[in-house]
Design a protein around this ligand. Structure first.
Ligand SMILES: [Fe+2]
Length: 311
């Protein structure tokens, strides 16, 4: 395993506009804010209480295998640049950007969603999302990977794409046609509506589909409230040393030799568990609201009966 030597940001943080931290609505183990409240004017959020504390907490997480473990398909040299320089820079820049701001101390997932800011990106978004995306990408691969998944994952792929081969075709097309830098994803969609605070009136198991999506630059499916299961990095820095401009060859090799279907299956299981917990939480809230509504109605009736008796 590669030794980590991550310099901690020690300079005074830049004063940057930041979001108010969402005050309500955490869900599941990702701790994502369900609803976000933003001020009309973004405020400067450097803390005023004495010397600025710099926690700069995020570290460069190593891949779950040695840097030469994916050879000959992905070279050690690619890892030394891609992980050792590009990924490292995202981590260092993120730490500098969030130090001393209200984002300091939040989970990486929360920072990604908060700074996505419904598409009106705040400055730390690109670095935060790229740190998350690369952690996720390294863990999407393994030595001796590729082949075909099994069990429930394969069943859902066949249900939602028609066949495993059709899924492979869709995923490859998404990765190959992402113009410029970006990512392609397999994601699990919860049955939520793409409207803030809206609740699907008729949720069903059929809504919880797998989907192939592509995203530009640093964007990832967390910002759409999807559960990412698999990703491929199609920035040129991911493949240029090994494949030059032959992106389709890199994508094919990724699918055939590198994908860790074990990781994808584990992520699906976690996503389904979280969706189930969210549904139980929604049900609990609905029951509470009904109780509150009933007690208010009773109070109204009691008050009215008092009035009639007085008359
Ligand atoms: Fe990358």
């Amino acid at each position: 395993m590669v030794a980590l030597n991550i310099p901690v940001a020690t300079t005074k943080p830049v004063s940057l506009p930041c979001a108010f931290v969402p005050s309500t609505g955490l869900h599941g183990n990702l701790g994502l804010p369900r609803t976000l409240k933003w001020p009309k004017k973004m405020r400067q959020c450097t803390r005023k209480d004495g010397p600025t504390k710099v926690s700069a907490k995020f570290e460069l997480k190593p891949p779950p295998y040695p840097l030469n473990a994916l050879e000959p398909h992905m070279s050690k040299e690619t890892f030394e640049y891609h992980w050792g320089k590009h990924h490292r820079t995202y981590v260092e820049n993120l730490n500098k950007q969030i130090a001393g701001t209200e984002l300091d101390g939040l989970s990486l997932e929360k920072i990604v969603v908060a700074t996505y800011n419904k598409g009106d990106l705040l400055p730390p978004f690109n670095n935060a999302a790229q740190v998350w995306n690369h952690d996720f990408f390294w863990e999407s691969m393994k030595p001796g990977g590729g082949g075909k998944p099994s069990g429930e994952l394969l069943e859902l792929i066949e249900r939602d794409f028609g066949s495993f081969d059709k899924f492979i075709g869709e995923f490859k097309t998404a990765a190959a046609t992402q113009f410029g830098s970006g990512w392609a994803w397999l994601a699990y969609k919860a049955n939520r509506l793409n409207v803030g605070n809206a609740v699907n009136p008729n949720p069903s198991e059929e809504d919880k589909k797998l989907a192939v999506v592509k995203s530009p630059n640093a964007v990832n499916p967390l910002v759409w409230d999807y559960y990412p299961l698999l990703t491929i990095d199609v920035w040129e820095h991911a493949y240029y040393l090994d494949f030059q401009n032959r992106r389709p060859d890199y994508i094919s090799l990724f699918m055939e030799k590198l994908v860790s279907w074990d990781a994808v299956s584990a992520r699906l299981e976690a996503a389904k568990a979280e969706v189930a917990e969210r549904e139980r939480e929604d049900e609990r809230k609905s029951v509470e609201e009904d109780k509150t509504s009933d007690s208010e109605d009773e109070g109204y009736l009691d008050n009215n009966s008092d009035v009639s008796e007085a008359e």
